[in-house]
Design a protein around this ligand. Sequence first.
Ligand code: FES
Length: 103
Amino acid sequence: MLNLCRTEDVAAGEILRVDPPNHVPLAVYNLDGKFFVTDDTCTHGEASLSEGEIDGEWIECPFHAGCFEIATGLPTVPPCAIPIRSYPVTIKIGAIFVEPAGD
Ligand code: FES
């Protein structure tokens, strides 16, 4: 399991980029106290989604304003068409963990 950060590191409505060793960058989201993790890099280009804007349950990419649903990683607004990976989140004693990507 990757230990990404603590819950208090990500305020409600905020996104934190985490760079785990030997892993792609990840984005940790706090949506009204519920935490989600996706890959940080957009599938349309090299944008860092943690620099984008949360719009309800979607993340808007800072480069071309495409969107993904944060909980599932599914693209919701073009030009995004390929899902981003989303990770089931485990919280233990205030720390946020995910299983690393398998490939
Ligand atoms: S790089 Fe994200 S929408 Fe183009």
